[in-house]
Write a protein that binds this ligand. Structure first.
Ligand code: SAM
Length: 283
């Protein structure tokens, strides 16, 4: 098996296949030998099914395949298919699917490839689609037990920030509604070929059996969260009334009924307080 963290091996494979990196597809491949084994260990791949997004030249895929029962890797760039056929030739438990993670029917894919298996997600995500991918995996309530992904350090900090802290945003609330989020370890920019301009971190989302809080109308809850965090300098009162086209007096009385101060900001609200405010709002 080739050593896919050895730069000269990587350059040789890519050169022989005439491959050049696409910045638009977020192609920064891992060359730090300790990162992929660590990710594969932490994601709980052992004996399970693993869905990988963006295998690149297969450096993480190989570590997952050593541990998992089966790995299915979704790769959008068809130029990488012959590369992967070569680098993963030793594994008979890996299937590469040439598709877009944001467009493919994930439920059908899971049924086709992982019937009867526990499935986790593990990926070094292309950074240009970090939030849409994570939100798609969570919102569709696909039967994953966990999602372990490498993201930009700033995104990791935001996704894992406690709800009710300055670092939290609408995406923090959305992710933590569905999952328990934890930052596992940091990865420096020098761990990639080519090196990006930012550092990274690996986070793990353990999917909750039931959402963090009970809300009667999820769409209303997420509309309110988006509005409340959309204008961070404003109070929740002003941001929600502007963002949801509600009368200020109605939002003020909802805050009061939820036992919250009139001048509170979204970033000061806990998950339970956000849920209580949503229930108290009209509509
Ligand atoms: N896993 C490899 C590694 O760690 O070295 C590559 C990670 S690289 C950051 C992201 C990978 O995702 C690339 O292979 C890229 O072609 C692929 N990709 C980009 N957009 C995608 C999409 N919409 N669907 C599936 N794969 C995508």
């Amino acid at each position: 098996m080739q050593n896919l963290t050895d730069i000269s091996v990587v350059r040789d494979v890519l050169f022989r296949h005439g491959f050049t990196f696409s910045k638009a597809l977020g192609q920064n491949f891992l060359i730090n030998p300790s990162v992929c084994p660590q990710m594969a260990e932490c994601c709980g791949a052992d004996g399970q099914g693993v869905l990988e997004i963006g295998p690149g030249i297969g450096v993480l895929t190989a570590e997952l395949a050593k541990r998992a029962q089966k790995v299915v890797s979704l790769e959008l760039d068809k130029r990488l298919l012959p590369v992967l056929a070569e680098t993963l030739a030793d594994f008979d438990n890996v299937t590469i699917v040439n598709d877009d993670v944001l467009k493919v029917d994930l439920r059908a894919l899971l049924e086709e490839h992982f019937a009867g298996m526990e499935v986790c997600v593990c990926a070094n995500l292309p950074y240009y689609i970090t939030s849409p991918v994570i939100m798609r995996l969570l919102e569709e309530r696909l039967p994953f037990c966990s999602i372990t992904v490498m993201v930009q350090k700033e995104a990791a900090d935001r996704l894992c920030a406690p709800v009710g802290s300055r670092e939290a945003g609408a995406v923090t609330v959305a992710v933590q509604y569905y999952a328990r989020a934890e930052k596992l370890f940091s990865v420096s920019r020098g761990s990639f070929l080519p090196a990006p301009n930012v550092d990274s971190a690996v986070i793990r989302l353990q999917i909750r059996e039931t959402p963090a809080v009970a809300v009667a109308d999820e769409r209303k809850f997420f509309r309110m969260v988006k509005a409340a965090f959309g204008q961070r300098r404003k109070t929740a009162l002003n941001a929600i009334s502007a963002g949801m086209a509600l009368q200020k007096a109605d939002v003020a009385s909802a805050l009061e009924r939820a036992g919250l101060l009139a001048n509170i900001r979204a970033e000061q609200l806990s998950m339970e307080e956000l849920a209580a405010l949503c229930e108290a709002l009209p509509g």
